[in-house]
Design a protein around this ligand. Structure first.
Ligand SMILES: [Zn+2]
Length: 85
């Protein structure tokens, strides 16, 4: 009996871990700056990958990226230069 109880505990822990892993990336959403850096490819390879993965999973941040992309296209080139240098 105690063996099956232990099994239930491990199953529950595994489930919690699995859910936490799935939920966690969605909890820390991307900052606007992260998305801007991602679009400008200013992040490291690892960060680019993390941002890309988050965007694939998170419709809210994807929407935000679309908005920022539209906004970025409207930004005058001199503002981009100022930000970069
Ligand atoms: Zn997000």
């Amino acid at each position: 009996m105690s063996t099956s109880a232990l099994g239930v505990v491990f199953f529950a822990l595994g489930l919690i871990w699995f859910m936490w892993r799935r939920i966690k990336p969605n909890l820390d959403h991307l900052e606007d700056e992260d998305i801007e850096d991602f679009l400008a490819k200013r992040l490291s390879e690892k960060e680019q990958k993390q941002v890309r993965e988050h965007l694939l999973r998170c419709p809210a941040c994807k929407l935000r990226m679309d908005e920022l992309t539209k906004k970025a296209q409207k930004i005058k080139p001199d503002r981009w230069l100022k930000r970069r240098f």
